[in-house]
Design a protein around this ligand. Structure first.
Ligand code: HDD
Length: 681
């Protein structure tokens, strides 16, 4: 793979430890790193043992504070290319030339959990992208939901204090299903819209490769003529948007807490690039007041049907980190990192964010020089009079470190015309200094209702179950009722169903304030591809090799993958006495890690019937709406499902197997993904 500019820059910091003798940090050779220096073989350790002291001291200081939010995350390198010259909209150089390759680093994250918490919890996901442009670093620090919980950044500490583990007992970990979060929600109606998203399947993404990203806040694009447009940023995954079901997410959290991290890592490691298109919604300044929401209010989205998303370029993630700490942990994103041509709006959330990130990074990364850490340093030369501070990495030469100066001929000089530089958009501002919220921010229910109206049946069922689960974990009954009353302003059916689950009283005057819907908000019609699909093939001695071969070659041809699962690792014998290597067992894996289960015919079917592992594979696959494939003698295993479940969609079961047509049916069901029409109760 040809290296991009940032990769070459990072090469200067990479150190290989493949060979050579051990040394101290001073470069002095060490011939024993196992025994400390003692006064006699059984005597006390000596203070003069600098080798011991250095090793232990370094170890004692190996941890840095984790991020106050988004502590749990995974990152990857890649690049971005714009589809066409956008200089009519923005002077940003990296958006002007389709041939230009801009290196990027992306970090995906959960929000509430600690650094070691599981990936598949119900939470918003962070989606932060750093573009290493030729004009400096540009960051889009977004989430996988297009709106936020609060309208003003000053409330952020309250929101986060409420969702993090409760301060008296530090429970629960990485979960919003507890009293303080919902207490905050019922006291803060502006949270309603994001709460609807949080209860939806979007909050349990199947993969970082299959979630959307949103810049959320409103920004400006500014061109060379000084004209601006308001803009919102979107990331659209080429593989479509896919989520887990809740029972699956909970089980995976225990069985593989690294589920999303592993998926990202393994795909990049296996040469499957991860691709997102960058989209923009562009709004003329004269249209600022045309809508029934305020475009500066980040609890509102701009419906794509009103303001279409234009796809302007593609990001490809194709390289894993060499060292998690040096890259993923030390990277520092900041919404204030903009380049010429991209500017801020007066969105009060964005304005507050512009302060917080750099501030937190000074303590998280140990001082004001964290921009010099290799993963953070920009590609253009940093040229200013800032000096000193903790961990300064550069040796800044010269006598002067101030401006203006004559001793250094006025250098470095203020950028002149023709030299890339940032100029703030010269907005005219007029108003009284006031600590108040604009009246145009007051409608907290129309867009949550639009979101609800846009959902398919299965998404609605997911949302109702999520409210019931989350509130069910809250001890305070008053909170249940207040939440149900809030939902009465979103939709009567939603309020009624949630009330039923909580034993609360449905609100008397519940109404849905709008008939509007935005089809783009539903995941129902998203792209579906066999390429993300993985099948568990359950085998015992005596399986039908012809059927096995037909399925596995079809899966490989379609770009899907499979694991052979059996009672023990090693070879499993087919009916024709050939063998197939089994790579997973019922102890090492489970149905939650696959999109489908397939069992070929053959004499093994009878023995599989009695295995607990096979039973739980089939039941979980059924309950999670996934495809079940049984052919030949294995169709008898259908008896492991309860009566009434056997005719449900997504069950491809054929006793007299016509191999070719069977494989076609199975692949079609697999590509569909989940069969939500299935009744699982
Ligand atoms: Fe934030 C991290 C996204 C509001 C303060 N935020 C952080 C990260 C993401 C977001 C993705 C992790 C970046 C990484 O991977 O390192 N934050 C958002 C979005 C917001 C938002 C989309 C609303 C539109 N954030 C927000 C507010 C504040 C912060 C209102 C404070 C006033 N966010 C922070 C922070 C973090 C952070 C405390 C923690 C670690 C860090 O910055 O570097 O400064």
């Amino acid at each position: 793979m040809k290296k991009n500019q940032k990769s070459l820059d990072l090469d200067t910091a990479r150190v290989s430890h493949g060979s050579g003798y051990l040394t101290t940090n001073q470069g002095v050779g060490v011939n024993n790193t196992d025994d400390s220096l003692k006064a006699g073989k059984r005597g006390p350790t000596l203070m003069e043992d600098f080798i011991f002291r250095e090793k232990i001291t370094h170890f004692d200081h190996e941890r840095i504070p984790e991020r106050i939010v988004h502590a749990r995350g995974s990152g990857a390198h890649g690049y971005f290319q714009v589809y066409e010259n956008l200089s009519h909209l923005t002077k940003a150089h990296f958006l002007s030339d389709p041939n230009l390759i801009t290196p990027v680093f992306v970090r995906f994250s959960t929000v509430a959990g600690f650094r070691g918490s599981p990936d598949t919890v119900r939470d918003v996901r962070g989606f932060a992208v750093k573009f290493y442009t030729q004009e400096g670093n540009y960051d889009i620090v977004g989430n996988n939901m297009p709106v936020f919980f609060i309208q003003d950044a000053i409330k952020f500490p309250d929101l986060i204090h409420s969702v993090k583990p409760e301060p008296n007992n530090e429970m629960p970990q990485a979960a919003s299903a507890h009293d303080t979060f919902w207490d905050f929600v019922v006291n803060t109606p502006e949270t309603m819209h994001n709460v609807m998203w949080l209860m939806s399947p979007r909050a349990v993404p199947k993969s970082y490769r299959t979630m959307e990203g949103f810049g959320i806040n409103t920004f400006r694009l500014v061109n060379t003529k000084g004209e601006f447009k308001f803009v919102k940023f979107h990331w659209k995954p080429l593989l479509g948007v896919h989520s887990l079901v809740w029972d699956e997410a909970e089980k995976i959290a225990g069985k593989d807490p690294d589920f999303n991290r592993r998926d990202l890592w393994e795909n990049i490691e296996n040469g499957n690039p991860v691709e997102f298109e960058l989209g923009i919604q562009v709004l003329n300044p004269e249209d600022e007041f045309k809508f029934d929401f305020d475009i500066l209010d980040c609890t509102k989205l701009w419906p794509e049907e009103l303001i279409p998303v234009q796809k302007i370029g593609k990001m490809t993630l194709n390289q894993n980190v060499n060292n998690f700490f040096a890259e993923t942990e030390q990277i520092a994103f900041c919404p204030a990192n903009v380049v010429p041509g991209i500017d801020f709006s007066n969105d009060p959330m964005l304005q507050g964010r512009l302060f917080s990130y750099l501030d937190t990074q000074i303590s998280r990364l140990g001082g004001p020089n964290f921009q010099q850490i290799p993963i953070n340093r920009p590609l253009p030369k940093v040229n200013n009079n800032q000096r000193d501070g903790m961990h300064r990495m550069t040796i800044d030469e010269g006598q002067t470190s101030y401006y203006p100066n004559s001793l250094n001929n006025g250098e470095p000089h203020a950028a002149r015309d023709g030299e890339s530089h940032f100029e703030h958009y010269q907005e005219k501002v007029d108003g009284h200094i006031i600590r108040e919220r604009s009246a145009s921010f007051r409608d907290h229910y129309t867009q949550p209702a639009m979101f609800w109206n846009s959902m398919s049946d299965w998404e609605r069922a997911h949302i109702i179950d999520a409210f019931r689960f989350q509130l069910g974990k809250c001890k305070n009954k008053n909170t249940h009722q207040r939440l149900v009353d809030m939902l009465g302003n979103v939709d009567p059916v939603l309020a009624q169903k949630v009330a039923e689950g909580l034993g609360a009283t449905p609100p008397a005057n519940a109404t849905n304030p709008t008939t509007a819907a935005s089809p783009a908000l539903s995941m129902e019609n998203t792209a579906k591809s066999p390429k993300t699909r993985k099948v568990a093939i359950l085998l015992g001695d005596g399986f039908d090799k012809v059927q096995f071969n037909a399925i596995t070659s079809a899966l490989t041809a379609a770009g899907a993958s499979f694991d052979v699962v059996s009672g023990k690792l090693g070879p499993v014998m087919a009916s024709d006495n050939s063998t197939v290597e089994c790579t997973q067992t019922y102890a090492t894996t489970a149905a939650v890690f696959y999109d489908a289960v397939y069992i070929p015919g053959g004499s093994h079917a009878e023995s599989l019937k009695g295995l607990v592992g096979v039973h739980s594979f089939l039941c979980d696959t059924f309950n999670h709406y996934k495809t079940i494939g049984l052919s030949g003698e294995a169709t008898a295993l259908l008896s492991l499902l309860r009566t009434g479940q056997k005719e449900e969609p997504g069950i491809i079961c054929e006793p007299a197997t016509n191999v070719a047509s069977y494989v076609g049916n199975f692949l079609e069901a697999l590509t569909t993904g989940r069969h939500f029409q299935r009744k699982i109760s």
